[in-house]
Write a new protein. Structure first.
Length: 577
């Protein structure tokens, strides 16, 4: 009884989130591209003490607005530049999200429902994992969800959907929705307004074109949204002109209409991502998508309608978008976990059945996850026997040569998950609350254990050789670059200074100068096994240093400058060999 009472409190979820999201954030290097990209932007903000413009390699970067990087920069000013500081803002938002979901669920349904909604988020794979990352989407999605929630509350108060509706709060909720939308746009761009507008539009159609929001109110909401963004965009425009606006708009359109390099995918990509990545909430959510609780109140049914619309808007929109990246559909985590809570609550009350279909789905995905986690260390210990699987991928073939200390104890995470599944699915106990809480709390523990035991080893295989190479040259008076592949690791982990970057980018950012020209300081270069033959045929004077786990590392030594030759003349395009 004491445990039951303790869990039905926002304080419990604050503590739960803090315990699981804050530790070990810096235990593994940031991953290329996104995590390192954003962290490097924030690092350069702190180095330049310039927070008005977004830079990468100390050149204007027009692909993202600055809000998330501002949060990272604040974190770096507190903790110092590092991987922990880069991931800290998302952990903070995780500490906000869990009690928020509990509170909203409690307000709309009951304390038990609030517990289910917060646990459905905490105990699902990707929703849990993203608050331990350094990517932009958790903050972006948080503000979009807040905006939609405030618009729902606006509609309820304007149209008297429940007994507590108050017309005087209409303008308050519109203002809060506008501010939240503006903050979302300042985090990632106008796609936030697109998602919200499409959700409103579909709801309008579902309501048979009934105007649930008046035109003046929508204009007010839009104006507030734009004003929040224009505070930064306007200052940026005054200081630097229209460059950011124009290039950002072109980049957003390109990403919507063409697949980004290495980020294509099939039409059902995000369906699979949400089904597997949001396990086990996804299994329970399916029932609530197909079945309506007829005993629910008007506001509860309406909120379910909003969540269904938001889910399908996100899923369809990013299925149509040509670029396919896992976190593009992450906005769907909010409606999906809400729908899972609806199903959990109705099963708990005895209104709906815990169906065979659901149990089979839980066993299939959960069982595969457990077996993979159990098998992973033993696969790692015997990876040499599986080389034939990588014969067509030279980079992966050398990645697996990384020396990893697998002990076998890593399997405990998988064994733990199997135990959780056995209790939750095969127990004869009629106490569904205990079984479901065990399932989702246990899943959260499993995600944490898997991160502790396995993620560092995966990072060691995939990129650590390159990261360690750049770390060795941090602070050195040298140039750094890559050949044949895109990366931000050399900028972030070599801690490139503005002075070095300005010299390195001297010829309009022309990397040909670093690779072929007369340079005045050492140049360290990384390339992958897939392009090292091309590199050696084109760059004749580079000294081979060593290779490791699919990466090849080289050094170009400086050419001597004549006594009467200025540095300006020395570092010109004409100096190319």
């Amino acid at each position: 009884m004491q445990m039951k009472k303790a869990i039905e409190s926002p304080i419990f979820f604050v503590l739960l989130a803090a315990i699981f999201f804050l530790p070990f954030l810096g235990g593994v290097h940031l991953f290329d591209w996104d995590e390192i990209n954003f962290a490097e932007i924030a690092r350069e903000m702190t180095v330049l003490n310039n927070y008005l413009e977004v830079y990468i390699n100390y050149e204007v970067f027009t692909e993202k607005p600055p809000l998330f990087m501002w949060l990272q920069a604040i974190s770096m000013n507190v903790f110092g530049v590092g991987d922990y500081a880069a991931r800290f803002p998302n952990a903070v938002f995780g500490i906000l999200v869990l009690p928020l979901l509990y509170t909203l669920g409690k307000k709309m349904h009951s304390k038990k429902f609030g517990v289910y909604w917060a646990l459905a988020w905490f105990g699902s794979i990707l929703p849990h994992l993203y608050f331990k990352s350094g990517i932009i989407d958790p903050v972006f999605n948080f503000f979009i969800f807040l905006a939609i929630y405030f618009l729902i509350r606006y509609q309820w108060d304007r149209n008297g959907y429940n007994a507590r509706s108050r017309t005087k709060h209409v303008w308050l909720f519109l203002t809060l929705a506008g501010v939240s939308t503006g903050l979302a746009m300042l985090t990632k761009g106008p796609v936030a307004f697109l998602i919200i507008s499409l959700t409103l539009g579909v709801y309008w159609i579902w309501q048979r074109f009934k105007w649930f929001i008046s035109v003046p109110h929508f204009i007010y909401f839009t104006t507030i949204s734009l004003l929040v963004v224009l505070v930064w965009v306007g200052l940026n425009y005054i200081e630097h002109g229209p460059k950011f606006i124009l290039e950002f708009t072109i980049r957003q359109w390109t990403m919507l209409t063409t697949p980004d390099a290495g980020h294509g995918g099939f039409l059902g990509y995000h369906f699979v991502v949400l089904l597997v990545g949001c396990f086990p909430a996804s299994i329970f959510a399916i029932q609530a998508m197909l079945k309506k609780d007829h005993s629910a109140s008007t506001s509860q049914l309406d909120f379910r309608r909003w969540m269904l619309i938001l889910f399908w808007v996100v899923l369809i929109l990013f299925s149509i978008v040509t670029t396919k990246i896992v976190h593009y559909s992450s906005m769907a985590y909010y409606p999906l976990t809400y729908l899972a809570a609806v199903s959990l609550m109705n099963i708990d009350k005895g209104k709906w059945k815990f169906t065979i279909f659901m149990k089979v789905g839980l066993w299939i995905i959960g069982g595969i996850a457990a077996l993979i986690t159990i098998a992973l260390p033993f696969i790692g210990m015997n990876i040499q026997k599986l080389k034939f699987l990588f014969e067509q991928d030279a980079f992966a073939l050398q990645n697996i040569e990384a020396k990893i200390n697998w002990t076998g104890f890593e399997s405990l995470a998988g064994i733990f998950l199997l135990a959780i599944l056995l209790f939750s699915l095969l127990s004869k106990r009629s106490d569904y609350a205990l079984r479901f809480r065990t399932l989702f709390l246990g899943m959260g523990v499993w995600v944490m254990l898997t991160l502790i035991f396995d993620i560092g080893k995966i990072e060691a295989i995939s990129q650590r050789a390159a990261v360690e190479f750049w770390e060795k040259h941090a602070g050195e008076d040298c140039y750094v670059t890559t050949f044949g592949y895109k990366s931000y690791a050399h900028l972030y982990y070599a801690r490139v200074s503005p002075q070095i970057a300005n010299e390195q980018n001297h010829v309009n950012g022309n990397t040909a100068w670093l690779l072929l020209g007369k340079v005045d300081k050492p140049v360290y270069i990384s390339c992958k096994v897939t392009s090292y033959e091309q590199f050696e045929s084109e760059i004749k004077d580079a000294q081979f240093l060593y290779s490791k786990n699919g990466f090849y590392f080289y050094k170009r030594v400086p050419k001597k400058k004549s006594s009467n030759e200025s540095l300006e003349d020395f570092l010109t395009e004409e100096s190319l060999i």
